[in-house]
Ligand binder design. Structure first.
Ligand code: GLA
Length: 391
């Protein structure tokens, strides 16, 4: 990877001497979906798949950005003096958004840069290629501009801020946090209300985590996502007339059941129910994992899927087909949609001796029902974003 990136960088921008070589992962969420903007818990982990970049400081204020995934777009050129979202910037709106957000937050980015990236996160898979790129940019800017005080949590928050305010998706903190703070062989149990977190080792001796990519992405993702947020926030405001709470994540199930009728709109009540129950499921799932009770963890994953499908309505036909097929296979401990929804991937825990059956059964059955192939990846949990070396 390094050699390919270096070759491209030299071809486009000249010597790589003193440039930095960086990596930022993608993420998969094991459980705790659509809880991160409701002050609840999430349980994601960083992948070994991700985005690589070579970046070098310039003496002027020009930004030259090139993606080896999108060669046909050529070099995208911008300047620090006009950091605005433009359609012609395409993918570069993500790195440019982070530089904009850094300035907004008082970090004076005063040097331009040349950047070449390459990512191996499957396109549109919901495995957070955009958060990966945002956090990569944060790590690069910290290094090139010497922002020593900028912590990895700050970089995650700046990535989220840029996604919310520069790129128009009102996402929570989970993706950027997982990408920035990932730790090899551990998932991150994050309380999104306080940003306190704990690493939990994921040691599945006789099972693997498998991601299945439906290879569909419905266009509703951002608009429906923002709508779910609004539905939850309205439900919260009604509950707050009765209860002293800051977020739906503050509620336990009994309190929610006692007060849920104040949410008069049945759709909003279902959305709030998901947020509350999913948060409690996530807390229980992490305890189960720590106690070595993988079976319980799997049951909670299955319940999570049902809730996301029926109450939160963020699944879709193709994903439900994948999950239904998985549930029928002996040796599948749990299977659910992962990420924002409306396509993307499922995550499943599969006993080692059922992995071949899983792939060989679901692959052809999915193709027959949907008309195109799914893709399968075995998860290796990797580290968070970092500088790999100075060239
Ligand atoms: C997307 C968002 C995250 C989170 C998930 C759903 O990935 O970027 O903040 O809300 O959806 O859990």
């Amino acid at each position: 990877m390094k050699e390919r990136l270096m070759k491209k960088f030299e071809e486009l921008f000249g010597s790589t001497e003193d440039a930095g070589f960086y990596f930022s992962p993608g993420r998969v969420n094991l459980i705790g979906e659509h809880t991160d903007y409701n002050g609840g818990h999430v349980f994601p982990c960083a992948l070994t798949l991700g985005t690589y970049g070579i970046a070098k400081k310039r003496s002027d204020r020009i930004l030259r950005l090139y993606s080896m995934n999108l060669d046909h777009l050529g070099v995208i050129t911008a300047t620090l003096d006009d950091l605005t979202n433009k359609p012609e910037y395409n993918w570069a709106n993500y790195p440019l958004g982070v530089l904009w957000a850094l300035k907004e937050k008082g970090y004076s980015v005063d040097c331009g840069m040349d950047l070449v990236i390459y990512g191996n996160i499957p396109n549109g898979s919901g495995l957070s290629s955009s958060a990966s790129l945002e956090v990569l940019t944060g790590v690069i800017a910290k290094d090139l501009c010497g922002f020593d005080a900028l912590s990895m949590t700050d970089i995650a928050l700046i990535g989220q801020y840029s996604e919310n305010n520069f790129n128009g998706c009102n996402c929570g903190i989970m993706d950027q946090f997982a990408v920035a703070m990932g730790k090899k062989d551990c998932a991150i149990f994050l309380d999104t209300g306080t940003l306190s977190y704990e690493y939990a080792p994921v040691e599945l001796e006789d099972a693997k985590i498998i991601i299945t990519n439906s290879k569909v992405k419905h266009s509703l993702v951002d608009s429906q996502y923002n709508q779910r947020r609004q539905e939850c926030s309205h439900a919260l405001s009604l509950l707050q007339e009765e209860l002293d709470i800051n977020a739906l994540g503050d509620l336990d199930i009994d309190t929610f059941e006692k007060f849920k009728e104040v949410i008069t709109d049945p759709v909003e009540q279902k959305r709030a129910k998901h947020a509350v129950y999913e948060n409690q499921r996530t807390i229980e799932a992490v305890s189960a994992l720590k106690a070595g009770n993988i079976e319980r963890f799997g049951e909670l994953m299955n319940q999570s899927h049902i809730s996301l499908r029926d109450d939160y309505a963020v699944s879709c036909e193709e994903i439900d087909i994948l999950v239904d097929l998985a549930w029928q296979i002996p040796g599948v401990v749990g299977s659910r949609i992962t990420g924002g929804g409306f396509g993307g991937c499922t995550v499943s825990i599969v006993k080692n001796d059922a992995v071949d059956t899983f792939i060989n059964t679901i692959g052809p059955a999915y193709k027959e029902k949907v008309g195109h192939e799914a893709e399968f990846y075995t998860v290796d949990i990797g580290s968070g974003a970092q500088k790999l070396e100075t060239l």
